[in-house]
Design a protein around this ligand. Structure first.
Ligand code: ATP
Ligand code: MG
Length: 421
């Protein structure tokens, strides 16, 4: 990607109407465009980050047998009425609309009922389960407050997975597998160390549900944490949970956190409300077991920005960065131009993602943009580098001079971190 061709521009001014640091930085760096509070568009750079997060989540969901699909945002009333969740008193975030003939429709804020209704057509016997499906989809929620930037959107991207089972034991076993898969996801996203499986208010079927909470000052939740014992409890169930867990309240550290994922065991509740049964091995009809598992894709992006940014701008972990290298050409020297163009082509053709700053700007401006955009490595060719490339890590202070050949080799091995260490 060449910056001279990218339509977005960075901005030095902090957007006046935005208090959340994640949105300020993402807007200034040209990753998101604000339409209104809680409503953001994602530019090519922002979309690349989202796609990288989705790729990691997709790999881990596929690894536990998830089948990817995509549902629709237009939801018929009857399906949700059968579980009482059409009512605005029960679900207070619905956006609703209607067809020209007056037929009411809801814009999906979640998909449990929709998935169950679809599965009615495919599940008849215990042999048809377990089944696990997931999607990446835009969810619409009429949130009362939207002051946390992309961490709380009125429109946002969620990965939601649903698993259907013939027995509680089978569901429980899969539920544990999802917990392990989620841990891998947050590790790969670079927030694993600060993300905790948290006891939260339950569960149609169980006393507690489980949230994945990331310690984060910009988060809206309060967490009570025991890092040593790896115990985390959401404030809302604190009194109940500490009794159960046998820990004292004074042993726990109180921190602010953001819910980056949530898993929920519905048991047979949905199936009973929706009259959905399967024929068991015993020949009798039984209700289907359901669990749902969410990850806030856009929220995770905001949390990463909040947690890792420094005073110069965003810091993306390598796994989610829109590019691996920010290549800056300094000056307009013909030889420099030729060398930098050639290095860009060579890096790109070996599959290395490069953001090429080929604009006619001063070095200081290019370096400031490289920092603001948070690209993990900056490679510079200037009349002063004597035909070589000067490499620097986004979070490091030291630079290393190497030949273009050496840089290509290191990129192939993805060991730039070691080189600069
Ligand atoms: P919250 O308590 O933060 O409102 P929730 O309990 O309503 O979250 P779920 O319905 O379980 O969230 O949604 C699954 C995941 O989607 C959440 O864990 C969170 O990461 C993400 N999420 C929920 N609401 C939003 C939102 N308004 N904007 C961005 N992400 C969201
Ligand atoms: Mg909510």
């Amino acid at each position: 990607m060449k910056l001279s061709q990218l339509f977005t521009k960075t901005s030095k001014t902090v957007p006046a109407d935005e208090t959340a640091r994640n949105a300020q930085l993402l807007i200034q760096a040209g990753f998101v465009y604000k339409v209104m509070a809680g409503v953001y568009a994602y530019t090519p750079l922002g979309l690349k980050v989202l796609e990288n997060i989705k790729r990691i989540v997709r790999e881990e969901m596929d690894a536990i047998g998830g089948q990817e699909l995509i549902m629709t945002n237009l939801q018929p009333r009857e399906v949700w009425e059968s579980t009482t969740r059409w009512s605005d008193d029960v679900v207070d975030v619905w956006f609703k609309t209607e067809l020209k003939d007056g037929t009411p429709l809801g814009l999906a804020w979640s998909h449990e009922e929709a998935i169950m209704e679809m599965m009615r057509q495919f599940i008849g016997s215990y042999k048809d389960m377990p089944v696990s499906v997931y999607q990446f989809q835009t969810k619409l929620r009429n949130e009362l407050r939207a002051k946390s930037g992309i961490m709380r959107g009125r429109e946002f991207v969620m990965k939601d997975m649903y698993s259907l089972h013939a027995s509680a034991e089978d569901l429980d076993a899969y539920y544990q597998q999802v917990i392990e898969a989620y841990k891998k996801v947050y590790d790969r996203l670079g927030i694993g160390k600060d993300t905790f499986v948290t006891f939260a208010s339950g569960g149609a079927f169980t006393k507690f549900s489980h949230e994945f909470q990331t310690v984060c000052d910009a988060g809206e939740d309060i967490l009570y944490l025991h890092r040593g014992k790896n115990v985390a409890v959401n404030e809302e169930v604190l009194d109940e949970a500490i009794k159960e867990l046998g820990v004292g309240k004074d042993e726990l550290e109180k921190v602010k956190s953001a819910e980056v994922g949530n898993i929920f065991n519905f048991g047979t509740e949905k199936a009973e409300q929706m009259h959905m049964t399967f024929a068991g091995a015993d020949g009798k009809e039984h209700p289907i077991y359901l669990a749902s598992y969410g990850i806030g894709i856009t929220r995770v992006m905001g949390v990463i920005v909040e947690k890792m940014a420094d005073d110069k701008g965003i810091v993306w972990p390598e796994n989610v960065a829109p590019a691996y290298i920010y290549l800056a050409r300094i000056g307009d020297d013909a030889a420099v131009r030729e060398q930098t163009d050639a290095l860009y082509d060579a890096l790109t053709s070996q599959g290395c993602l490069v953001l090429y700053d080929d604009r006619d700007l001063r070095a200081g401006e290019k370096f400031a943009d490289a920092d603001l955009m948070g690209i993990p490595y900056r490679a510079v060719i200037s009349p002063k580098t004597g035909g070589k490339v000067e490499l620097k890590a986004r979070t490091g202070d030291s630079t290393t001079l190497m030949t273009a050949e050496e840089l290509l080799q290191h990129c192939k091995q993805q060991d730039l971190a070691d080189v600069l260490a």
